[in-house]
Design a protein around this ligand. Structure first.
Ligand code: GRF
Length: 208
């Protein structure tokens, strides 16, 4: 029997929130011992907020202005205040389109994870599924990793591989990768919830 208390997860996202939905589904199906304490978005009309509200999860638009691509300064402080107010233990970046800066990293050391739609370290950055297709890779996939000061560079927690088919377009490959994201992100969070994760340098080890 699992006697640990549910992991308190804050989800940050800027878009449609399909990964947030997968996390919520895993919790309600008993595959993830966690509670989503809040969903925060830097985009006022992002569907991720609507999804959360429909399911009774506290959801807030929090401006990250004046910056366009990073979370720093007063915006970062507003996020920190909310994360503390909701008592978040882990921050899950689910399509949050901003670079995380040292203030947040220091407040949640090795407690911020991101999902990236490629097999890192290949194809960091934007539209990674398209990068993989254009490059001619025969496999693609997704990576759940800890967030550090770089872009898509932190220690890797979990990866899922999908084939690249001759018939693939960017859209079909992206859809196949997203299906695996929805498996990988809850699985990775469950490893954290079970307290199994140790980071040793770049390597993530799973131990009791
Ligand atoms: C995902 O493809 C994820 O890999 C990337 O952003 C996208 C978010 O999608 N970081 P959604 O909002 O969870 O549907």
């Amino acid at each position: 029997m699992n006697t640990r208390s549910p992991l308190r997860i804050a989800i940050l996202g800027s878009g449609k929130g399909s990964n947030a939905q997968a996390i919520l589904d895993a919790i309600s199906e008993g595959r993830l011992n966690a509670r989503v304490v809040c969903v925060l978005s830097d985009v006022a009309d992002a569907f991720i907020l609507e999804r959360a509200r429909r399911q009774g999860i506290p959801a807030e638009f929090i401006s990250a202005a004046p910056f366009k691509t990073k979370l720093e300064g007063e915006g970062e402080q507003r996020y920190l205040d909310a994360l503390n107010r909701y008592g978040a233990e882990v921050v899950a970046l689910a399509g949050f389109m901003r670079i995380i800066k040292p203030g947040l990293l220091a407040a949640f050391p090795n407690r911020i994870i991101n999902i990236h739609p490629a097999l890192l370290p290949a194809f960091p950055g934007m539209e990674s599924w398209k990068q993989a297709l254009d490059y001619g890779a025969r496999v693609a996939g997704c990576t759940v990793h800890f967030v550090d000061a770089g872009t898509d560079t932190g220690p890797i927690l979990l990866q899922k591989v999908v084939p690249v088919l001759d018939s693939d377009t960017a859209a079909t490959l992206h859809a196949r990768i997203q299906e695996q994201e929805h498996v990988a992100f809850p699985e990775a969070l469950q490893l954290l919830a079970e307290g199994l994760v140790r980071i040793e340098g770049r390597r993530v080890r799973l131990t009791q």
